[in-house]
Design a protein around this ligand. Sequence first.
Ligand code: ADP
Ligand code: ZN
Ligand code: ZN
Length: 721
Amino acid sequence: MTSILRVALDVPLPKLFDYRANGATRDDIGRRVLVPFGKKRVVGVIVEVAAKSAISDHRLRAAEKILRDMPPLASEWLALAEFCAGYYHYPLGQVVMAALPPRLRTAKPIPDAPVVYVLTPAGKDALAELSARQKRRRALLGRLASGPASMVELSAHGAGASALLRPCIESGWVTAAEAPRTAPRFVAAHTLTPEQQQTFEAMRGGLSGFGVRLLYGITGSGKTEVYLCLIAQVLERGRQALVLVPEIALTPALETAFRARFPGAHIAIQTSAMAELARARGWLDAQSGRADIVLGTRLAAFAPLPRLGVIVVDEEQDASFKQQEGLRYSARDVAIVRARSAGVPVVLCSATPSLESFHHAQSGKYALSRLTRRAIEEAALPVIRLIDTRNETPRDGIASRLADALAARLARGEQALVFLNRRGYAPVLACPACDWVSGCRRCSAHLVVHLGEKLLRCHHCGLAVPIPRTCPQCGNTDLQAFGRGTQRIETALAERFPGANVLRIDSDAARGRGKLEDLLQRAARADILVGTQILAKGHHFERLTLVGVLGADSGLFSGDYRASERTFAQLQQVAGRSGRAKLPGEVLIQTRYPHHALYRSLVNHDFTGFAGNLLAERRVAGFPPFVFEAALRAESRDAHRALRFLQEALAHAPKERASITLFDPAPMSLARLAGLERAQMLLQSGSRPRLQAFLHAWSEWLHAAPAHGVRWHLDVDPIEF
Ligand code: ADP
Ligand code: ZN
Ligand code: ZN
């Protein structure tokens, strides 16, 4: 019998697409399907199976193939996608396809689940008789004699494992078997401190239903330890745990820690950096319920979890949880929505919570657990001091007090970190004879000097050009690099401390697969680390007792009302790298504004007071969390067109605007990006449902509006302007 498939496709239209199919049933809802679309063939997801279509018969095309190589997406998963489509005003098809791992957006078959290789009794005999010269084969069979192993594990023992294995299988020495399920265990590495124990018990008490809890603890207070214990409880009850971490270097270290603490548990990693097939496999393991723990970055918020028992969002304030293109979702918020519909708790962890979460915890909407002491008794919080650079002029960017402190660490064999959140050699090249500066021709931004590569690079669009020898404007041969980036500081430190092992870790140094892991390994032996925010979080360096902070003032006077919140979080995080083990830590911050409230709070380790002040300011000024925001943005090669589109949109905005404030269209703070002029219009409302209703009505006009070379999108709960 012919039925109609209603298919979600990755097409920027807020509708489903109908196709004919023979023999499809309601059981196919949630399955992927290969369909013709225009001249192409694309994969979509079946959202409904109907008897009739509004499209006339002769225009209705036939689906090519329903892909039945994986189980259908569960109705809860589709419901989550529908929620996101509604809340973020983004086409359902694009939500569904964005939430699937890339491999599953194609019709490429998924190879069978990996197997383990087992040594047979014949193999055992053969091993005993192998000659000593057959070293590699002996090593391989020897490994299998100690227990079954997967191809990944065998490859870790030496290259060419699959070629070695083939003849062994043909000879009947080795067989492939389905990987056995092992019961997850938990290794309790520490006795919880009384504070941790109390927090843990409160959380365990909440495991039976939905609730949001903010776990607000100073750096090193053992937040991770507490949520690991909670996850152990969840696994013991036969449920799955979802752990979301920021899009940074955190995942490999955390993965190692998870594997060590949960032997036998099946841990699926989900990050954008991993190979396609591995990501799809992890996702399928989550879907089948085989994975006990899913650990990943924001995209893991969409991992299917039939036995979900708890969600943990670590460093919940981190901006990387908000996607900045396509489906502009907040993984933290999606996690909360998900937890609510699954009826499970969600734990938000941070030493510097987002003001939104902090506010909800204070108002009682979220439960609050506080950890106020460092877990390791000897590890006191670092002492934070300010160096007033108006009085102590830095040499090559380093004030003498910081240089002395660095020298003292070198003398004691301790480690120091110089933190500067600006990579490259210098932020701009300029001509002192005229007014030329190195601007990017595609963005409203400066090109950054990368001396080692002899390039000027745009950090926004990636444009790279050779460093000019002479001024393009006046011919002057004496161009100067102004300001300092990590490369320049690295050079200055190497000159100042010739015997020291100086290591720079930023995204330039870490470019390439495995490069960051490699650098982090070497970091343990370095005397002075120079790094950007890539080093600010998560890492634990035993000997690190000094953090020097340069260039922090740039975060104080930004037009973005979130800048100071972020600066505080970042500085506190980087300060927390110091003195985490037995040695006491010190933090020296170079600033021209030592009396700024942000620094005063930081010196006193007073996030609560700082957040209280910021919240009071936001309440008066009418910013989130006291209002809800959305932005309509337009991009075009032509700045006027972008603005005109927004003005048109404003003219056609729904008339029902009680409690909605519409601000005038204006260029974005980075007005030109990669050749596109960008403008936006901000909307605010004290009522989320009203803002949502307004956006819903408006997007109908937006989707139908003539494009005229303009691309637009809505950003709900925007964090960048
Ligand atoms: P946070 O996530 O709050 O920054 P971590 O969970 O990383 O803190 O813990 C900081 C350090 O303290 C880690 O080395 C951890 O192993 C250790 N630690 C945590 N809890 C305890 C405990 N109860 N006893 C001893 N050491 C602990
Ligand atoms: Zn010039
Ligand atoms: Zn650029």
